[in-house]
Design a protein around this ligand. Structure first.
Ligand code: KG4
Ligand code: ZN
Length: 331
């Protein structure tokens, strides 16, 4: 089965074709980062308009680069939610309509399920069951994954997502949007031992998280600092260290609580080198097998939606003609 996957939940238009026999055939991504950079964040109206502009040419290109024609597509998957409603409506309308025109089934995919399954695109995919740490710009959660569609959310952020905290702190440090990767780069120049940020919600039991306090702590620290480049790098270092350490503590707790031996990290923040290295060390220290997606499948992309959609279609699920976008949708 060759499945066309469409991702338009935020500011990336992602399209891919996944073949259930031979894997990923092609994937294309158009990022709107430049469009939103002047505003310091995603402007929903502009995002929708740009998805409308880019989606059809991108679909044509993805089908062509797979060496296929449209009548060889066996199903269409699109992100149904969560995300920006206008942006979601573009992908779901186009995806649902194409499936109707081609006479093939369509399926709406949960964006976070897409992230969760992204490591399955790897040559060495994680076997079930595993614990998944999903950290993106919109969500932070720890999930007990027993199989496709068998997800129990063990904990999640009660306020800002980890990626959101990265982006907001980056802005306070005067970095451009999206600041997460830029803050991580600045942190590489930082030195330990100058600042100590709190590890929120680690001193009480449970797997819920909270990152908005770190942003406030960063705001106060930056306001009181001398503004020198090295000082800012030291603050970036301490902030990143606190986020990574907090996530490490929560993951260890989840692994212990469920007695699981495999950990998957996915979502945009899983591209963070410090987070990867720190969690990878759980292998050496505790014998935990750690998996994460290739860098290009950490942040939003069409490949993860094509893959997740293919699994859903294989399980016999499909969408009626009255499909809807779901800006809020629990996993
Ligand atoms: O998964 P994603 O592409 O979109 C959402 O579903 O939200 O995640 C984007 C988030 C942004 O907050 C971005 O700053 C963050 O992932 N991010 C990073 C890094 N790369 C992306 N955060 C920290 N370090 C990185 N290297
Ligand atoms: Zn995402």
């Amino acid at each position: 089965m060759k499945i066309l996957g469409i991702e338009t939940s935020c500011d990336e238009t992602g399209v891919a074709i996944y073949d259930t026999d031979s894997g990923l055939l092609s994937h294309e991504l158009y990022s709107q980062v430049k469009l939103h950079a002047d505003y310091g964040g995603v402007v929903p109206e502009l995002a929708s308009r740009d998805h409308v502009r880019k989606i059809v040419p991108l679909i044509k290109r993805t089908i062509a680069s797979a060496g296929l024609s449209s009548n060889e597509i066996d199903g269409v998957a699109f992100t149904r939610g969560p995300g920006l409603v206008g942006a979601l409506l573009v992908g779901s309308s186009v995806g649902r309509s194409l499936a109707y025109a081609w006479g093939v089934p369509a399926v709406g995919v949960h964006h976070m399920e897409g992230h969760l399954l992204a490591p399955m695109l790897d040559d060495n995919p994680p076997p079930f069951p595993f614990i998944a740490l999903l950290v993106s710009g919109g969500h932070s959660m720890i999930v007990d994954v027993q199989g496709i569609g068998q997800y129990t959310v063990l904990g999640e952020s009660l306020d800002d997502a980890a990626g959101e905290a990265f982006d907001k702190t980056a802005k306070l440090l005067g970095l451009d949007y999206p600041g997460g990767p830029l803050l991580a780069k600045l942190a590489e120049k930082g030195q330990p031992g100058h600042y100590k940020f709190p590890r929120p919600m680690t001193d009480r039991p449970g797997l819920d998280m909270s990152f908005s306090g770190l942003k406030t702590f960063a705001a106060n620290t930056i306001r009181a600092c001398d503004g020198a480049d090295q000082t800012k790098a030291n603050i970036a270092y301490a902030f990143q260290d606190a986020v990574v350490d907090t996530l490490l503590i929560k993951c260890q707790r989840a692994l212990k609580q469920t007695n699981q031996k495999r950990l998957v990290i996915a979502g945009g923040v899983s591209a963070n080198k410090q987070l990867r290295a720190t969690l990878q060390d759980l292998n050496r220290r505790k014998g935990i097998d750690v998996y994460y997606p290739a860098f290009e499948y950490c942040t939003d992309n069409g490949a993860m939606i094509a893959y997740a959609g293919a699994q859903r279609l294989l399980a016999g699920e499909s969408e009626g003609l009255d499909t809807k976008a779901m800006p809020r949708w629990p996993l």
